[in-house]
Design a protein around this ligand. Sequence first.
Ligand code: ZN
Length: 327
Amino acid sequence: MLSLLALSCPQCSAPLPRAARWRTVNCSYCGTTVTRGTETIERESFRAALRRANADVPGGRILTWRGARYRVLAPLATGEHSEVLFAERLGALPERVTLKLARDSAANSVLVREGAVLQSLQDLPVQGAAYFTRRLPQPLGVGIAEGLGDGARQALVLRHPAGFWGSLQDVQQANAQGIDPRHAVWIWRRMLEVLAFVHGAGWTHRDLSPAHALVHPRDHGVLVIGWSRAQHATGTVHNAAAARDLMQAAWTVRAVLHGGAAGEPGFGAHTPAPLVALLRQCSEDSAACQRLGAQGIEQALSAASREAFGAPQFVHFDPAPPHRTGA
Ligand SMILES: [Zn+2]
């Protein structure tokens, strides 16, 4: 059972061949290269980790980082390079943080790199930065955390964003038949807005997937996380990577529309044709992504959404609706 659950594409969530356990494979649906690794094998739901943690953290562990004491409130996830914890700084100025602890020494440099990328994004001297830096993870720094049972470990500490329910991977798993396509519209739009800002400044994410997008149901917000592979580049190198980001964003939207049921990742059973057409183009046509750019796709999305649903309106989003029978 476990192996069947674990072997899915991190990009589009399609089932992967068993060979993904021991070698690199290409997903036969979205074409992404899946490297054998802990992320493929041990991916764990943010929500499942949180539920389990709430049962077994009486009082919470205490660790120290940069001279301050932090109480661990819950583990959040186990990533490819790190264990992710939710913690609270103790003392006169309490602050809730996300701690990414290196799983091994090779992960140290990955966390240092991710911290540097996030700081660079926070420091961008471009128009709109004050708005968009709040919609990107905010690093407090990288340094050694002590006090855990297994000794000192490198830690990237981030300001903990309030109100996020979980990742789009969790949303997908909680919705076997996929989400209402009206919600796919704002989820996609939020990702495109951040990508437009980041791409405009010469950066690309290079690892977008449902697991790397946290959702804020009340505000219809999306926080793109997992920036350790991000790069700054120019010219054709940047343009190709930016197009790849846009394709991965479209695959991420397809994943939540398709839902957690097995099978080839589609577009959801109730997705209007204009939205399907745009999603198909953006997930499968790299040249179109490059030509349109994030802003062009966003404009096309607005037009497709208006054609399908009329004027935009706010619809309450329940990321994990109770099971329903029938249609
Ligand atoms: Zn795939």
